[in-house]
Design a protein around this ligand. Structure first.
Ligand code: PMP
Length: 418
């Protein structure tokens, strides 16, 4: 088989593991909110890499930063410092630090620990919380517990799937890591009941992404903040998907004026170019990690820092967040109209982010995504008859309108007798 044959997608050897069921489209190039497949057909990308592409495909400033860095140095490992490592940490601490409980003026009380993937950031937060629990809180060895939510998604490592309640993510990967207590998402009384002297952290998504963009009741995060502060338990917000502009704010926690102790960031931090993640938060907590206790060959590498710095620069202007807020208003109004017209069972979300429920009698989420694909729009089902829409925050109002019209058309088609 020629390289070209492989690239065009036909013929295809069955050498790729089957851990995904992608939609039948083979992307060749992309720019902004649009991708082009190997046959030259264009699609509006309303998934945006599960929020990894908040700034669209190949944002010029991000590509520039990457290309410039490719000509300088790309990897040192953490055995040596490089000249963008501290600037990146400082810039991210300035942007996100004040939004955490580590915030003081200019984020001086905050620290940044760079990693690569979202799951690694979550693992880092779990390890940090446990070590803080033993070293600072005096939890007896081996007894630390962390309270998590039903419907959570935090990644795919063996420890993280140990507290997933999605059977596909969980089953067959035991023995599971102990030390997690699951309570219903959005129920602060259940969290209070689950917290005891062994509890070192409450770890939750401010808005649950993979669960179908589930926004908790307004009082939930403020009550979590109050409870965890009173019990000296760390509040850890997994903002890997919700953070960095998606909800119309830099962090989703800002929606409720809540400053968590630790925040995990990922996806959009890499600008859609490479995996970049980080834990940001209280210096006195992250300081429990000392040389040798945690690390990553690639975490904070020069290329990652160059792109990450450019991402922070974009967010520091406040423009992506403002766009998500402004476009989000018309976006949710149009989705509500689709619910009103009986084309959708439900639509929820915040900013430029929505979970849509189709009447299961009309089809699965997959059916809807295939109908959208046929109309030149990319989206992805989460589970059952629910799909998620997360356009790049750079999408134009006209393109978003086009995408929503395609959605209306696809829903009308699914509702009609076939
Ligand atoms: N946390 C959340 C909230 C996520 O949505 C995801 C990915 N969907 C992750 C963690 C894991 O990120 P990654 O796939 O980069 O490991």
């Amino acid at each position: 088989m020629t390289a070209q044959g492989l690239r065009s997608g036909t013929p295809r050897a069955d050498s790729l593991a089957h851990n995904y069921h992608p939609l039948p489209v083979t992307v060749a190039t992309a720019e902004g909110a649009w991708v082009t497949d190997v046959a030259g057909r264009r699609y509006l990308d309303l998934l945006a890499g599960y929020s990894a592409l908040n700034f669209g495909h190949r944002h010029p400033a991000l590509v520039d930063a990457a290309v410039r860095q490719l000509g300088r140095v790309t990897l040192t490992s953490r055995a040596f410092d490089h000249d963008l490592l501290h600037p990146f940490a400082d810039a991210l601490a300035r942007l996100v630090g004040p939004l955490t409980a580590g915030g003081g003026p200019e984020g001086r009380g905050a620290m940044v620990l760079p990693m690569n993937t979202g799951a690694e950031a979550v693992e880092t937060a779990i390890k940090t919380a446990r070590k803080w629990g033993y070293d600072v809180r005096g939890v007896p060895p081996g007894e630390a517990t962390i309270v998590v939510a039903t419907g959570n998604f935090h990644g795919r490592t063996t420890t993280i799937v140990s507290f997933s309640d999605d059977p596909d993510a969980l089953r067959g990967f035991d023995p599971y890591t102990p030390g997690f207590r699951t309570v219903p998402y959005g129920d602060v009384d259940a969290v209070a009941d689950a917290v005891d002297d062994t509890t070192v952290a409450v770890l939750m998504e401010p808005v649950q992404g993979e669960s179908g963009v589930v926004v908790p009741p307004d009082g939930f995060w403020p009550a979590l903040r109050e409870l965890t502060a009173a019990r000296d338990v760390l509040l850890v917000a997994d903002e890997v998907q919700s953070g960095l502009g998606r909800t119309g704010t830099t962090l989703a926690c800002e929606l409720w004026g809540v400053r968590p102790d630790l925040v995990t960031l990922g996806k959009a931090l890499g600008g859609g170019i490479l995996p970049v993640s980080a834990v940001v938060g209280r210096r006195d907590v992250l300081e429990v990690l000392t040389p040798g206790t945690h690390g990553s060959t690639f975490g904070g590498n020069p290329l990652a820092c160059a792109v990450g710095l450019a991402v922070v620069d974009l967010l520091a202007t406040g423009e992506p967040q403002a766009r998500a807020r402004a476009l989000g208003e018309t976006f949710h109004a149009r989705l509500a109209a689709l619910v009103g017209a009986g084309l959708l069972d439900g639509a929820r979300g915040v900013g430029l982010w929505a979970g849509l429920d189709l009447d299961p009698a009309r089809g699965t989420g997959r059916d809807l995504c295939e109908a959208l694909l046929a109309r030149g729009v990319l989206a992805k089902d989460t589970h059952g008859s629910t799909i998620r829409i997360a356009p790049p925050l750079t999408v134009s109002a006209e393109d978003l309108d086009l995408g929503l019209s395609a959605l209306e058309d696809a829903l009308t088609w699914l509702a009609s007798p076939r």
